[in-house]
Design a protein around this ligand. Structure first.
Ligand code: AMP
Ligand code: MN
Ligand code: MN
Ligand code: MN
Length: 280
């Protein structure tokens, strides 16, 4: 029964690279039929009090969350922490450290884009940023769409902002063991975000999953806006094989930009144990 609940345990507000204020996300989630909702901004907890307040006002079950940027091998991996205590000092300090390099990276990205003819991208991206501590690639993507370099942010990513493309700048985020430690220390459950998105070989993915589980990771997103049906089946199998709890999430960022709206991810396969069963 629980697997059929409309849970949405991963999305973004203006505190990172989403477009909406936290309270508006909560209202949108409820309008869309969401029954359990988590806000999981990148590397930042600032939106959680506003979301919690609005969810309480509306009687919507709210889970405080965060999506931590992790460097593993030469890849960026995202680990979602669910049910974390937003007042936990070690988590707060860890996240402050993770995001501390973002401004310098954004300036480097701007200089790199200048070399291929994109002018003033730092200032341009900043116009899409509500929380300067969290300037990121999505803000650049929106600015480049505005300038006509591509029709959608996704196209900007493909041509400018991914490894091998002119605006990509290498960044070192948290270590996996650090991120897992902060989440566990703050009383949360660690869930691997959108596993289908990473460019890992099967062997690398297995190596990662073993390390993730050994470090305390307990869940993976099986049904997410980032997965097609094949990826959903593949990661349902991974969840069964590793005994991971399964999560369901839109990874919603912005109306008109995110293909999957809040509450719009497919239902979990009924045999998987939903992560929210451990959060309520
Ligand atoms: P950053 O943390 O600055 O490296 O930005 C990562 C964010 O960029 C992700 O959370 C997504 O919101 C967005 N993103 C990454 N890859 C893509 C893509 N291919 N298309 C659209 N957005 C993407
Ligand atoms: Mn994002
Ligand atoms: Mn992510
Ligand atoms: Mn996300």
């Amino acid at each position: 029964m629980q697997a059929t609940k409309n849970a949405d345990l991963h999305c973004h507000s203006k505190f990172s690279d989403g477009a909406l204020p936290p309270a508006e996300l909560v209202r949108r989630a409820q309008r869309n039929g969401v029954e359990i909702f988590a806000l999981t901004d990148h590397d930042h907890l600032g939106g959680l009090p506003e979301a919690a307040l609005e969810a309480a006002r509306l009687g919507l079950q709210f889970i405080p969350g965060v999506e931590i940027s992790v460097s593993w091998l030469d890849q960026t991996i995202h680990v979602v922490g669910l049910g974390i205590d937003p007042d936990n000092r070690e988590l707060q300090a860890g996240l402050a450290q993770v995001r501390s390099g973002r401004d310098a990276r954004a300036r480097e990205m701007s200089a790199a884009l200048e070399k291929v003819g994109v002018k003033d991208a730092y200032a341009g991206a900043m116009r899409y940023v509500a929380n300067p501590a969290l300037i990121g690639r999505s803000h650049f993507a929106r600015y480049l769409v505005e300038c006509g370099y591509a029709k959608t942010p996704g196209e900007v990513f493909a041509h400018y902002l991914v490894p091998g493309k002119p605006g990509f700048v290498e960044q070192t985020w948290a270590r996996l063991d650090e991120a897992l430690g902060w989440i566990a220390g703050a009383g949360g459950l660690a869930v691997l975000a959108h596993p289908g998105r990473y460019r890992l070989s099967n062997a690398q993915l297995e190596e990662f999953l073993v390390a993730f589980k050994a470090g305390g990771g307990v869940g993976i997103e099986v049904c997410t806006g980032a997965h097609d049906e094949a990826a959903t089946r593949r990661f349902a199998t991974v969840a069964r094989r590793y005994g991971f709890l399964a999560s369901r999430a839109s990874d919603f960022h912005a109306p008109g930009e995110s293909e999957t709206d809040l509450g719009g991810a497919p239902e979990l396969p009924p045999d998987l144990e939903p992560v929210w069963a451990r959060l309520t």
